[in-house]
Design a protein around this ligand. Structure first.
Ligand code: JBE
Length: 225
């Protein structure tokens, strides 16, 4: 899977070289490229935004600069036939869910458009919707306002990449998650020592009775705060 992100703050994406995602890159399971939108701006100030038509506060990111950045990525794609899933991060988008992560984990190329300011000119998404090489998605990670789409893109990338074959050390984790699915409420977990600061591990977990343990876990996963 190829993953590209366009941003004016490439440094936001440095954590992707850590941990399991970093390992997935070095093992060739995914390929990540970060594109600096500013590289496609012109003039002395390399400005990427302008005032909103119709007035109002804040600035809007220009469609021509975004399209130059997106076209450069699609034109230089190693495989010119593969579909690009263009993901525009916006608080007005569909709330990103585990089901979306699963669907997007089938993509060959995810392109995250992380805007700043009051957002990206609406014609960008409109334009790429009519391009056969692109599928356009608007996603939000939750009902709160972030300073830009970068952090939301990282959240989505982590949720998607861990579903790819070979990324998790123990693929059984995925099986247990899909058992729980939706609410994703997992049962409380314990390790040694068996008594810590007067708090005991539930006796059933020490019983060796796998049927009882499974039943206890199912009940407890619904009781958790
Ligand atoms: O969740 N998001 O995709 C956002 C993007 C930009 C700003 N706030 C958000 N919540």
């Amino acid at each position: 899977m190829k993953i590209t992100a366009i941003t004016i703050f490439p440094e936001y994406f440095t954590p992707l070289s850590l941990s399991l995602i970093g390992k997935a890159v070095s093992e060739g399971i995914i390929e990540i490229a970060i594109s600096n939108l500013r590289d496609f701006a012109s003039g002395n100030h390399k400005s990427v935004d302008d005032t909103p038509y119709g007035g109002g506060a804040g600035m809007v990111m220009r469609p021509d600069i975004w399209a130059d950045a997106i076209d450069a990525i699609s034109d230089s794609d190693a495989d010119p036939n593969r579909i690009i899933d263009l993901i525009i991060l916006t608080p007005a988008g569909k709330r990103f869910s585990q089901e979306d992560a699963k669907a997007l984990s089938q993509s060959e190329h995810l392109l995250f458009a992380a805007g700043r300011y009051e957002g990206i000119d609406a014609r960008v998404g409109e334009h790429y919707k009519s391009q056969p090489r692109f599928r356009v998605h608007y996603f939000s990670i939750g009902d709160y306002v972030l300073n830009g789409g970068e952090v939301a893109a990282i959240v989505m990338i982590e949720a998607i990449v861990r579903l790819l074959p070979g990324v998790l050390g123990n693929p059984d984790s995925l099986l247990e998650e899909s058992h729980n699915e939706i609410g994703l409420l997992e049962y409380p977990v314990y390790t040694k020592p068996p008594i810590w600061r007067g708090l005991e591990v539930p006796a059933v977990l020490l019983s060796g009775n796998h049927g009882e343990i499974a039943r206890w876990r199912q009940i407890s996963s619904k009781l958790r705060d």
